[in-house]
Design a protein around this ligand. Structure first.
Ligand code: SF4
Length: 375
């Protein structure tokens, strides 16, 4: 089983913290869609005939495309890869795009298997949204979720960002309470991070945005874990929370090491033997495909890289990392390294390694400590 990720590289407005690849110029959308359809045929063999289980349209902002274009992309995907075993089909959407008209149009994709919407809410407070330069306001965020539910979407996930300097702890709890009151099935929540070369980094340096405070982020992560647990959400991955086992199947397959094919500029693919990533530039992506070529870089994975990937992703999930799956020598190396790590941060039971509540604050650092060195 494998997944397909489609990167739609257009956004209405640039959020100042974002380091994904996107363009705010819609000029090349028709050429892009045609290139994407061709790429499906050119890149198909990367999955070595694996059956498609999940489809995820992300970006950028997929809902910046016309629904007729999303439909063309979906139909071509279905004809090239087959949807007979499709379990989950998600489209990311921003609240300002989810007008009643657009939601109604999106319903036309339900007959192809669309069964999940991921709405980029980020906050239910205008001040936070302005801090991040989001294109929508709080009222639109609330209305978009309700409109999607009224239109019959029964599997909705929303994104919320914590650690925004404009949001104190009380307001973070209010944000979470609003999410719970909406009865969404799933929540993804990340700390605001100031990535290098982003507009946010620049604005903080110039003193026109408040700096991000690590202690505030850590406190709000703790509140996130407490509040979600009290309200019936399971933290099945460090940043992902689901009600009633309604996990994100597509994202979970990344963490489980399943194969996936990424299509569109900057999209990443993985087939257990290699990783590859498309050029992060619309014009270069389109012109290569118009010449019948794919423009990507590729890295063959070594055994150690495989193991390190499993440690990095598995450790973040409730399913953990099973040391018994590795060779006895590698498992021994990991057991010895674990002795150097604070024992309050992890559990090792029957060779299954998971993080404790406290360890979740240090997941990346613990993974890095466990990584096997190349020989
Ligand atoms: S909408 Fe998403 S992809 Fe687009 S700029 Fe904002 S965070 Fe980045």
């Amino acid at each position: 089983m494998a997944g397909i990720y489609i990167h739609i590289p257009f956004c209405k407005q640039a959020c100042n913290y974002c380091n994904f690849y996107f363009s705010t110029s819609p000029g090349n959308q028709d050429r892009f869609v045609n290139a994407l359809l061709q790429e499906m045929v050119l890149a198909k063999d990367y999955l070595e005939g694996e059956v498609i289980e999940t489809v995820y349209f992300g970006g950028g902002t997929p809902t910046q495309l016309r629904v007729s274009d999303l439909l063309r992309i979906t139909q071509k995907l279905q004809s090239v890869f087959g949807f007979h075993s499709l379990r989950e089909f998600t489209i990311e959407a921003n609240p300002d795009d989810l007008t009643a008209y657009k939601i109604n149009e999106l319903k036309s994709l339900q007959s192809f298997g669309l069964n999940r919407l991921s709405i980029g809410v980020q906050s239910f407070f205008d001040e936070d949204l302005r801090y991040m330069n989001r294109a929508h306001n709080a009222a639109e965020a609330l209305a978009a979720v309700k409109r999607a539910q009224d239109a019959g979407f029964q599997n909705i996930t929303i994104d919320l960002i914590y650690g925004t300097p404009t949001m104190d702890d009380e307001r973070w709890i209010q944000n979470l309470e609003t999410a719970f009151s909406l009865e969404v099935q799933h929540l993804s929540s990340y700390a605001l991070t100031v990535e290098p070369k982003t507009a946010l980094e620049n604005k903080i340096k110039k003193g026109v945005r408040l700096p991000v405070n690590e202690q505030q982020s850590a406190r709000q992560f703790q509140l996130l874990m407490n509040e979600t647990e009290t309200n019936g959400f399971e933290q099945y991955e460090i940043s992902n929370f689901a009600r009633d086992g309604q996990y994100a199947i597509h994202n979970t397959s990344y963490w489980m090491g399943k194969k996936y094919l990424g299509l569109g500029p900057s999209a990443h693919s993985y087939n257990r033997e290699s990783r590859r990533w498309n050029v992060a530039n619309n014009i270069n992506y389109i012109s290569a495909i118009e010449k019948g070529e794919l423009n990507f870089e590729e890295e063959k994975l070594t055994e150690h890289q495989h193991i390190n990937e499993q440690i990095m992703t598995g450790l973040r999930t409730k399913w953990g990392v099973y040391l018994g799956a590795f060779s006895p020598a590698h498992a021994d190396t990991l057991r010895v390294t674990l002795l150097t790590i604070d024992s309050r941060h992890y559990l090792l039971k029957n060779d299954l390694l998971t993080l404790t509540h406290e360890g979740k604050f240090f997941a990346d650092a613990i993974a890095a400590q466990l990584f096997l060195e190349e020989e």
